[in-house]
Ligand binder design. Structure first.
Ligand code: NAD
Ligand code: IPM
Ligand code: MN
Length: 353
């Protein structure tokens, strides 16, 4: 029987609550394969004990795994730019996981806050550039703390990095019935990086005459997600732009607790892919057992699909949909009274029936 080795990085806050929920569902989904899990306690508590977010050989420890299931990193006890840079961003960058795939869809039985839209109107797939751009981390501070202080935060857009993520987005658009791809830009104000982004988008587009393309400035794209989300199918954007737009996407889905993501390198393997919710560690609700585990369970379903266990991935997603469709068991962020465990048990029940 095939065994997949999964590294668990629950991380901080509600990451500690939603990853165990996803693992319960994954265990119930094992049929003609097995999953072996190894949990790593890296995160902000680990940092407070050791002065590091992960051990010096952390990346080497992760490398042999087939996939990583991550909860969330970040806690008020450690500055976010330290915790996130040294753990999550470090893994994304060093394993060169250049695609961050983020579906924005309405699950059955749930309503978008856009009450005047039908649920089919909101069905987007965001492809976020995940290894460079505004997140490259280059810069510095000069005359720190003085009135003359200067802070520089550079962005890096390489032709290679831009091309590969745009090409991946075209491939995804080609596989979907509507075959539409929108590029998010800001070339009216960013005359170097975003003008190159636009040029690469046009150039790569020539190889995909069957895909209908559009290009929107990021401000207009944000408005469009609210006014005419039905006009958006696959959307490709830079690291920061897509970060912002996909939290908006989560809100359109009905809660940040619903948005799932996959960090991938579709071309070559430098390390395992990461599957994770889009949301953070939600310190405002941590420890109460009420976090919505849908995003984490959805991410687990994406993971199974990616591992080649399409049936298991689909079964998990169907079970999730069956529970939301019934509407009996919901966490408080969706207006319900159920807790994380109750929702998870309901999904497992569907999976087993
Ligand atoms: P957040 O996503 O943690 O929370 C925003 C709001 O959404 C909060 O009100 C929270 O309660 C709610 N929410 C989020 N997920 C939910 C869920 N599953 N169920 C119910 N409600 C949910 O964003 P934030 O408050 O900006 O960030 C908190 C910490 O998480 C920070 O340290 C931040 O840097 C970090 N963060 C980490 C990741 C990650 O590891 N991938 C992502 C985003 C933020
Ligand atoms: C996300 C998160 C991270 C990001 C943060 C925590 C660094 O917001 O995965 O969307 O911006 O990529
Ligand atoms: Mn984000």
């Amino acid at each position: 029987m095939k065994t997949y080795h999964i590294a668990l990085l629950p991380g901080d806050g509600i990451g500690q609550e939603v990853v165990p929920a996803a693992v319960r569902v994954l265990k119930a989904a094992q049929k003609d394969f097995t999953l072996s899990f190894e949990a790593f306690d890296w995160g902000c508590e680990y940092y407070l004990r050791s002065g590091r977010m992960m051990p010096p050989d952390g990346l080497e420890k992760l490398r042999p795994f087939d996939a990583i299931l991550l909860g969330a990193i970040g806690h008020p006890t450690v500055p976010d730019h330290v915790s996130l840079r040294e753990l999550l961003l470090r893994i994304r960058f060093e394993f060169d996981l250049y695609v961050n795939l983020r579906p924005v869809e309405i699950l059955p039985g749930l309503e978008s806050p856009l009450r005047w839209k039908k649920s089919e109107d909101i069905c987007m797939l965001f492809i976020r550039e995940n290894t460079e751009g505004e997140y490259c981390g280059l810069g510095g501070r000069f005359k720190r703390g003085t009135t003359d202080e200067v802070a520089i935060q550079e962005s890096i857009f390489t032709r290679k990095g831009t091309e590969r993520v745009i090409r991946y987005a075209f491939e995804q658009a080609r596989k979907r019935p509507r075959r539409r791809l929108a590029s998010v830009t800001k070339s009216n104000a960013m005359q170097y990086a975003m003008v190159m982004w636009d040029e690469v988008f046009s150039e790569v587009g020539r190889d995909y005459p069957d895909v209908e393309t559009a290009k929107y400035h990021v401000d207009a794209a944000a408005a469009r997600m609210i006014t005419t989300p039905e006009s958006l199918d696959v959307v490709v954007a830079s690291n920061l732009f897509a970060d912002i737009l996909t939290d908006l996407g989560g809100a359109l889905q009905g809660s940040l607790g619903l948005a799932a993501s996959a960090n991938l390198n579709p071309a070559e393997r430098r390390g395992p892919p990461i599957f994770e919710p889009v949301h953070g560690s939600a310190p405002d609700i941590e420890g109460r057992g009420i976090a919505n585990p849908i995003a984490a369970i959805w991410a687990a379903s994406l993971m199974m699909e990616h591992l080649g266990e399409r049936e298991a991935g689909a079964a998990i997603f169907k079970a999730l949909q069956a529970v939301t469709a019934e509407g009996r068991v919901r966490t408080p962020d969706l207006g319900g009274k159920s807790n994380t465990d109750e929702f998870t048990s309901a999904v497992i029940q569907k999976l087993e029936s």
